[in-house]
Design a protein around this ligand. Structure first.
Ligand SMILES: CCCCCCCC/C=C\CCCCCCCC(=O)NCC(=O)O
Ligand SMILES: [Zn+2]
Ligand SMILES: [Zn+2]
Length: 483
């Protein structure tokens, strides 16, 4: 449940007046038009080696044009990193306050042409929604961040606490050239951050069928991942006289075994336990009793969570075959078949443990395994009363979404650029101030991705308030005898 800790003091307590988060009609039109323009630039990342660099460069020009005040303010330094990523250093007036960072990315995954209600790079407005690839992941955050800062600067805002805005250009294909280089640059400058806010979770609305009330989930960790290539190399030949087993058959059988053998479910302690306890009373009888008594019903709760594809992803390591290639001609048996599996690792497992598990299931020496990319799950960021980033987010949720009375910690099932900043802070929080329904979740990396105009305006408002709230200092929480 949300409560503003007594330790957080607002700008008004510091003799600085607060700028109200109200925007005029002209500003509201300009902000949605700016987002539409961003969607129209197809900044697609296809693979770590292939991206639309023309679009990435155009995007850099675009933000300069749309946010002139951000680029022309004396206390803001802009740098281009890794050719297409952007780092803004916003110098605050009080150097005793540790800086923080707001993160977003400008690249998007490819969009299949078929199945969209409107073309994915049109940025068209229809029925109160702006449509297109990147409207939820993650040009909404990027544009809302710069928009909120632009509007604050126009109102003569001077931050007290310094902060960085980092905008990666290759998040969808690892972040190695964007976020990772920004992180190295800041580390070389000796920067340490109070906290980071990135994409990764939402206000979940109807995502769990029994929970009718929307609730905000701030992800305090994220799963690890492995991109694993499976490859079979057999003798090619004429399809009229096939061998008993082909490369395609061997590989397909292995993929099928992996699909049929889920990794163990691992609902134990950690943030998810807090999530379940905080949500327990939202469930009808008798589930509320079951969820409130994990000491007794933990195995049952774990089984219940397996039944839904989203909660299942929270309680185990998942494996998704995402690429499958073989063959060039209808009457030629191909020598090589290869597939890629995208694995997301539960916080209780490691890359090595998962690879051992996969080898045991594949159990076929003809299949070579190549790890393309791998990293362990991320540490859990603090979410107690003293955790500045978590408390500032909770406080801002409370003020911008007064109807939300549950804020829970969670685990991000996807990956974000924030993982490259572990060297700079222990407080990494993944939260998008937007309502997300099940169809919204399916549209991310899927089809018909869209954001409501009102939802986008609220995201700008949230960031406008969050930046001001961050000017606070965390005061020690008084001991009981002092109250
Ligand atoms: C008991 C609580 C149930 C909660 C169910 C979980 C709901 C998950 C909600 C949102 C997850 C959205 C993840 C979006 C992250 C996208 C980042 C991304 O695409 N990164 C690249 C990648 O992961 O490949
Ligand atoms: Zn993203
Ligand atoms: Zn994504």
């Amino acid at each position: 449940t949300v409560s503003v800790p007594k330790g957080l003091r607002g700008r008004e307590h510091q003799g600085t007046s607060r700028i109200p988060s109200q925007f005029g009609e002209e500003e509201r039109v300009a902000m949605k038009e700016a987002l539409k323009g961003a969607i129209q630039i197809p900044t697609v990342s296809f693979s770590p080696e292939e991206s639309n660099t023309t679009a990435l460069a155009e995007f850099g020009e675009y933000i300069r044009k749309v946010f002139p005040t951000v680029f022309n303010t004396s206390f803001i330094q802009h740098e281009t990193v890794g050719e297409y990523s952007h780092l803004f250093t916003v110098r605050g007036s009080d150097t005793s306050l540790q800086p923080y960072m707001l993160l977003a990315h400008l690249d998007v995954v490819p969009a299949p042409k078929e199945g969209w209600e409107v073309p994915p790079f049109s940025g068209l407005e229809h029925d109160g929604f702006i449509h297109g690839r990147g409207t939820l992941d993650n040009k909404n955050s990027l544009m809302a961040l710069l928009q909120a800062l632009e509007l604050l600067l126009i109102r003569n805002y001077i931050p007290r606490r310094s902060f960085f805005i980092a905008l990666g250009h290759d998040e969808e294909v690892s972040g190695m050239n964007g976020a990772r280089k920004i992180s190295a640059l800041l580390q070389a400058r000796g920067v340490q951050l109070a906290f980071i806010v990135d994409e990764g979770s939402f206000i979940l609305d109807g995502v769990i069928s029994y929970v009718k009330k929307p609730f905000a989930m701030i992800s305090v960790s994220e799963k690890g991942a492995i991109d694993l290539m499976l490859r079979v190399n057999m003798t090619p030949g004429h399809s009229s006289a096939p061998p008993k087993e082909t490369s395609i058959g061997i590989l397909a059988a292995a993929i099928s075994r992996l699909e049929q053998t889920p990794m163990p479910h691992m609902f134990a302690s950690g943030p998810l336990e807090t999530t379940v306890q905080q949500l327990a009373n939202e469930f009808p009888f008798p589930i509320n009793i079951v969820l409130s008594n994990l000491w007794l019903f933990r195995p049952l709760v774990s089984r219940l969570m397996e039944r839904n594809y989203l909660t299942n992803a929270l309680v185990r390591t998942t494996m998704a075959p995402t690429m499958f290639n073989a063959g060039v001609k209808v009457n030629v048996i191909p020598p090589v078949a290869q597939a890629t599996i995208n694995i997301r690792i539960h916080p209780a497992q490691t890359v090595q443990q998962v690879l051992e598990f996969v080898k045991d299931i594949v159990a076929d020496d003809r299949i070579q395994l190549h790890v393309l990319n791998a990293f362990d799950p991320l540490p859990i960021s603090p979410f107690d009363d003293q955790a500045l980033g978590y408390q500032l987010l909770s406080q801002t949720i409370q003020s911008v979404f007064p109807e939300i009375d549950i804020v829970t910690p969670g685990i991000c099932i996807g990956n974000t650029d924030s993982r490259h900043f572990m060297n700079l802070t222990a407080g990494i929080y993944r939260f998008n101030p937007l309502y997300l329904q099940p169809e919204g979740f399916r549209s991310i990396h899927g089809i018909n991705e869209k954001i409501s105009v009102q939802g986008y305006e609220t995201q700008v408002k949230f960031l406008f308030e969050l930046i001001q709230n961050a000017d606070t200092e965390m005061l020690p929480i008084p001991h009981l005898h002092e109250l």
